[in-house]
Design a protein around this ligand. Structure first.
Ligand code: 5SP
Ligand code: FE2
Length: 216
């Protein structure tokens, strides 16, 4: 199976959002990656429900929502109603992670958990069988355009082992600083989904950049 590519809309031109959504629609990308930041869990605020609603209206691919917010349980139903297909919460933001995962699935979405760079893979041991996606943060969450953290490769391999050992069919997503310099090595280590924001939207030809990432 080839690696899935999920352009991060955080790096799109918000004054030309529909144009950028149409670009992703006609590209070889697989998912839309949507970063929701609350200014509390992370030191930045991105955008909220009205913008997600507008994106969902035009997007014709899987909508992968990455919540960087505290107490995400408050909004699970809202994100399902807005059109999220995959809802990823942060391990560090959930007091009752098992309950949150079940609530996401009960709302009809796939359930993902994201781990900050300092959080070990081992914390997922007792929920891995319930998960559809694990998002390994390869930068500290909160901003696009940061440098990739090299320790990520080790975590991908550890997660791959845990998934195989648990007979889980959960996918491994890498988020932050993904470029053509690390994409092939991430795929080789076991990544299933690569999120790319500034590398795609900051390039001369985003369609070609996405197509190129797909080959890695
Ligand atoms: O969740 C985040 C950042 O917190 C990411 O999804 C970024 O939006 C990825 O952007 P690049 O690092 O690819 O520019
Ligand atoms: Fe993200």
């Amino acid at each position: 199976m080839t690696t899935l590519i999920a352009p991060s809309i955080l790096a799109a031109d918000f004054a030309n959002l529909q144009r950028d959504i149409e670009m992703v629609n006609k590209s070889e990308a697989d998912w839309f990656h949507i970063d929701i930041m609350d200014g509390v869990f992370v030191p930045n605020i991105s955008f909220g429900m009205p913008v997600l609603k507008a994106i969902a209206k035009h997007a014709n691919k899987t909508i992968d929502v990455h919540l960087m917010i505290v107490d995400p349980d408050r909004y699970i139903k809202t994100f399902a109603d807005l059109g999220a297909n995959i809802l990823t919460v942060h391990y560090e933001a959930c007091t009752h992670l098992h309950r949150t995962i079940q609530a996401i699935k009960a709302a009809g979405m796939k359930a993902g958990v994201a781990l900050n760079p300092h959080t070990p893979i081992a914390v997922l041991e007792d929920v891995i069988a319930d998960l559809d996606l694990v998002c390994i943060m390869s930068v500290n969450p909160g901003f696009g355009g940061q440098s990739f953290i090299e320790n990520t490769y080790k975590k991908v391999r550890q997660l791959k082992h845990l998934i195989e050992f648990s007979k889980s069919d959960c996918q491994i997503e890498i988020d932050g600083g993904v470029t053509n310099k690390n994409a092939a090595a991430l795929t080789e280590a076991g990544a299933d989904v690569l999120v790319a924001g500034s590398y795609v939207f900051g390039s001369e030809d985003p369609l070609a950049t996405i197509a190129d990432l797909k080959t890695m």
